[in-house]
Ligand binder design. Structure first.
Ligand SMILES: [Zn+2]
Length: 127
């Protein structure tokens, strides 16, 4: 269903800068009008400066003027599904509470709604 999105996530995973964890992650975010923004994780010697693939993709899209999304694909190591971390779930929730989160391990695919990954979330409507 999200074949191209998954392929783009694997492509951008190659750009990951992960010299400390060696855990490379790629993400591809699909906008409402079918444009794809990709992102990889970028680590930092000062670890707090590290940014995940999902937020890299989202921030690229937001900075280009896109605010509405349908899905995000996330891929990590072969054979292991890599769900978004808590911070990424929260930041994605800011813009797209109901998007499909597409996980792929090079063998099987799993699609989960973001609001299932972040139930009873705190978001823009709670302020
Ligand atoms: Zn994350």
């Amino acid at each position: 269903m999200y074949k191209e999105l998954i392929e783009k996530a694997y492509e951008v995973r190659e750009s990951a800068y992960a010299p400390y964890s060696n855990f490379k992650v790629g993400a591809a975010l699909l906008t409402k009008d079918d444009k794809i923004f990709t992102g990889c994780n970028v680590e930092c010697a000062s670890f707090g400066g590290t940014n995940c693939a999902e937020r890299t993709a989202l921030f690229k899209a937001i900075s280009e003027g896109y605010r509405e999304f349908k899905a995000i694909a996330v891929v990590g190591k072969k054979g292991v599904l890599t769900p978004p971390c808590g911070i990424c779930r929260q930041v994605l929730n800011e813009f797209a509470n109901d998007i499909d989160v597409v996980l792929d391990d090079n063998n099987k695919e799993k699609i989960i709604k973001l609001n299932e990954l972040l139930p009873y979330s705190f978001g823009p409507n709670d302020l």
